[in-house]
Structures are given as C-alpha cells and as structure tokens.
Write a protein that binds this ligand. Structure first.
Ligand SMILES: Cc1cc2nc3c(=O)[nH]c(=O)nc-3n(C[C@H](O)[C@H](O)[C@H](O)COP(=O)(O)OP(=O)(O)OC[C@H]3O[C@@H](n4cnc5c(N)ncnc54)[C@H](O)[C@@H]3O)c2cc1C
Length: 455
C-alpha cells in the first residue's frame, strides 16, 4: 500500500479529516488528492473590467482547490442541527453539536480568535417573526469573514503540509475496491490505500454519481433549493444583522403552502457568481474587515423542491432552470423588484437610475421568463412578508439576482460511521448529500478521522 489513508478533496471535510488523523495517528501515512489548486494559486479571473463573466476555467477557483467551496466563502460556521445538513441523523444530535464546537475551537486556534459568535438564543426577533407568520430558526453562528477564513486556511495548510502528502491539480478519476483496501486511478498514475475518505463536495457531484454507479453504492435522490439572491441597502436589515448576523427565517406561502427561506445572509457583503459543472449561478459573501465591506446586504430566498415519482431528478430540474437563466443572461441576471412586479424587464438604465447600486455586474433582464410561476410567486410573497419585519425590503429598487440554486448531492447510503457498503470507504461532507455547510462538512471529517484512528 502507498498510503494508510487517502483523502479525496481538500475542502473543509477533507481538511478536518486530515487534521484529526494527523493529530491522533501521526504514525499513519496520509495523502490528500485535490482536483484544484493550492490556496495561493486560486484566483477567479472575473475582474469586472476585462473579464466580466465566467469563462469556464479548467478548475473553478471559487469551488475547487485547498479550502474547497468554502475558501472564499463568508466563513459563517453555523453551529446547529436545525439546518446545514442532517449529520445528526447518522451520528446523533449531541455528537454533531460537540464536533461543530470542536471545529470552532480549531478555527479559533488557527487565526479565528477575536471573531464574534452570534446567537439567536433569547433574541426578541423570534417573537417579532412569529407575530408576522415568519419563523426564525435557532443557531449560533461564528462569522469568520472571507478574509479571516483565508488566514485560517493558510495556517491549517502550513500545519498539515509536512504531516500529509498533498497532491494538487490531481483529480482522482476512479476508485477500485481491492482485497484489502482501494486503488485510486489518477490521470497518469495509480495509488493504493487501506482506508479512503471521499470528500468531493458539490463540485464533485457528477463524479460521485459515477463512483457510486461503478462501485454499486446505493444512493437516494435529494432535494434542490431554487430561488434568487436579494440585495438591499444594509440599513434595511441592520437591526437583525447587527444582533444575529445571519437570520434563517422560514415562511409558508399561503398560495401553495411551499416553504421559502432566507439563506446565507451577508451583511455589507458582495454578490458573486459561481460555476458548478459549467452552470453559472449566484452566491454571496462578506468581509470581516470594515474597509472591505460594502453598503449592501445580500441573502438568498430559496424554495425547496424534491421530486420523487415518476420524475426523480430534482437536480436536473434545477440545472435546466439555471441553464435557461444563463442562456437569457449570458451568466447571472439581475432585476429590480419594482420591474418584476410591473411585469417589465430591468435595463441598464433602470438599474443605474435605481437607489441601490449592485455589487456584482450582471445582465439586467426578466426573472419571470426564467423561474416557474410557483417558485416566483413564493419568492414575491416572502418579500412582502419580510417587508413587515424589515420595512424597505419590498422597495422598487430591491435587486434580485438569478438564479441561485443550492444543489445537494444525491444521498449516499452510509452507516453511523459514514462508512459505505465497502468497508474502509467513507463518504463525507457535501459530496455525501448529508451535509450542506462548512460546520457540518468539517464535523463529518473529524468524525471519520476518529473512527479510522480507532481502527
Ligand atoms: C461562494 C460560497 C459561499 C459559501 N458560504 C458559506 C457560508 O458562509 N457558510 C457555510 O456553512 N457554507 C457556505 N458555503 C458552502 C460551503 O462552502 C460548503 O458547504 C463546504 O465547503 C462543503 O465542504 P466539503 O469539504 O464537503 O466540499 P467542498 O468544499 O466543495 O470541497 C470539495 C473539494 O473536492 C475537490 N474535488 C472534487 N472532485 C474531486 C476529485 N475527483 N478528485 C480530487 N478532488 C476533487 C474539489 O475541487 C473541492 O476542492 C458557501 C459556498 C460558496 C460557493
């Protein structure tokens, strides 16, 4: 065997597996294979000037490389079982929470100290939301910010680089089960290991499907969340964001009974695009450093869809919607709320004349030509509901970027150790379909590392 353990993917799941394994078992030979680049070489070419939209790089620097999809994220570590994944269903609620706090401690040791931990506990907003038929979910959230998050990752890499072998620009193409371990096939070489941890995130979703198919690992379809990213002047939400930083609010629409929720709130942040398997969607982040902050707050409004019978492909459905928006907008599209309500497309002129200046260059257009009526109606109803707790939310100049899609990987069948039907093969993080967040993905990494170390 070349290695005792090989970890595929250097996102939060892979990094925390490597961290815990090298700590508990420094005697083991460990390697990490990553399709993307080392952290310092990750650079998205979009500069808003010469390159305005996604040019489909070989590896998307936003999604791939050391730090995974989380590297340029807002670094919001939500410590909760209420959202961010269903890890607790496998390992228990208390273990999941303990692991998330453990990850928080490590982040603090590696450069995050001094950042704030916000909490919904005892917040007056719970009552105010309920009085307006909105529901605030419970969580503590550590906001590292994109800048501090980067420092933590740099420090973690420096700590790990002499303890494990890192292979960058090294996508694993196939995994093969052998008598006593696994063979990993890369472009021009193969490697063997006794234990293998797969942590390939959302960008590895297609590859994960292929591996499950080739190795007969059972899977189940997952839901998909579709919607828009809202951008408003920071003042409109400041009473909530100052106290809670992120508020996860859920609303059941009267018309269809669908659940719409706020997601990934970025006070004084900026809107960005992301590329998943060639499809450009929208996201957001914000910095901890006040000098890098903007005057706007952004967050997603998402509607969940899960198809089961006879159509099962929730991801394919969302991909089609995202492709349609890419076709009409050449990438991400933006529309003023007032234009959407009046049934007219936004134009460069209307956006320029608006009082809210977009933080991302997107193509002005008409989201009603992209989003199905049921989803769009739900989003509009939620905007009016939020306007009651944050007046100004439903202003004409509120910007809506489309589309935002949260693709969840199909759920891979694993046991309480996150081990699949092949002994010694673990599937963790967002690639498993079980986690959808930095804290849950990282916690799953620590969990498998402890299991392997024990064995
Ligand atoms: C812009 C943005 C902002 C976000 N903000 C937040 C936030 O504030 N809070 C939060 O909780 N979550 C946030 N998220 C989501 C969060 O980043 C993910 O939930 C988290 O990174 C998942 O970790 P992971 O290790 O499972 O996967 P990933 O971080 O996706 O890492 C997987 C890694 O595997 C690599 N890989 C894929 N296939 C292969 C292969 N075949 N061989 C080798 N390597 C491979 C990829 O290149 C990637 O680097 C954000 C995401 C984005 C894109």
């Amino acid at each position: 065997m070349n290695y005792d353990v090989i970890i595929i993917g250097a996102g939060p799941g892979g990094i925390f597996s490597a961290y815990e394994l090298t700590k508990l078992r420094p005697d083991l030979k460990i390697a990490v294979f990553e399709a993307g680049n080392p952290l310092h070489k990750r650079k998205c070419p979009i500069d808003g000037d010469k390159i305005k939209s996604c040019i489909n790089c070989k590896h998307c620097s936003i999604m791939s490389g050391f730090g995974g999809a989380g590297a340029f994220s807002d670094g919001k570590y939500n410590i909760t079982n209420d959202f961010g994944g269903t890890l607790y269903e496998y390992i228990g609620k208390k273990t999941a929470m303990d692991l998330m706090y453990y990850v928080d401690d490590i982040n603090m040791q590696f450069g995050g100290e001094g950042t704030r931990l916000y909490s919904t506990a005892g917040s007056k907003f719970k009552k105010i939301c309920m009085q307006n038929d909105l529901h605030l979910l419970d969580a503590s959230v550590r906001h590292l910010g994109t800048d501090v998050n980067y420092v933590v990752l740099e420090n973690l890499f420096n700590h790990l680089k002499d303890k494990a072998d890192f292979f960058f620009d090294s996508a694993v193409e196939h995994v093969k089960a052998e008598n006593d371990g696994y063979t990993l096939v890369c472009k021009d070489k193969t490697y063997t290991c006794k234990y293998c941890v797969i942590s390939v995130g959302r960008s590895g979703s297609k590859w994960m499907e292929q591996v499950c198919h080739e190795m007969n690992i059972p899977t189940q379809s997952n839901r998909v969340d579709i919607g828009v990213r809202v951008e408003i002047p920071a003042e409109i939400f400041s009473h909530l964001t100052d106290e809670l930083y992120e508020s996860k609010i859920v609303y059941r629409t009267p018309k269809y009974g669908d659940k719409v929720r706020t997601f990934c709130m970025n006070p004084k942040g900026e809107v960005v695009s992301e590329n998943t398997n060639g499809i450009v969607t929208v996201n957001g982040h914000s910095y901890e450093d006040p000098k890098k902050q903007t005057g706007n707050t952004n967050f997603a409004l998402l509607v969940s869809k899960h198809f089961s019978e006879p159509f099962k492909d929730s991801t394919g459905y969302a991909e089609s919607i995202a492709r349609l928006s890419n076709m009409l907008g050449g990438g991400v599209m933006v529309q003023r709320f007032g234009d959407l309500i009046r049934g007219q497309r936004s134009t460069e002129k209307r956006i320029e004349e608006g009082f809210t200046t977009p933080t991302m260059s997107a193509t002005p257009g008409d989201l009603s030509l992209v989003l199905p009526k049921r989803l769009l109606d739900g989003i509009i109803e939620m905007i009016y509901a939020l306007d009651k707790i944050a007046p100004g939310m439903a202003n004409d100049d509120t910007l809506l970027y489309g589309v935002e899609v949260k693709f969840y990987n199909m759920e891979v069948e694993v046991d309480q150790n996150l081990e699949c039907c092949h002994k010694g093969l673990y599937v963790i993080g967002d690639g498993s379909g079980i986690t959808h967040s930095l804290s849950h993905a990282s916690a799953s990494g620590v969990h498998v590392a402890r299991n392997i170390a024990q064995k």
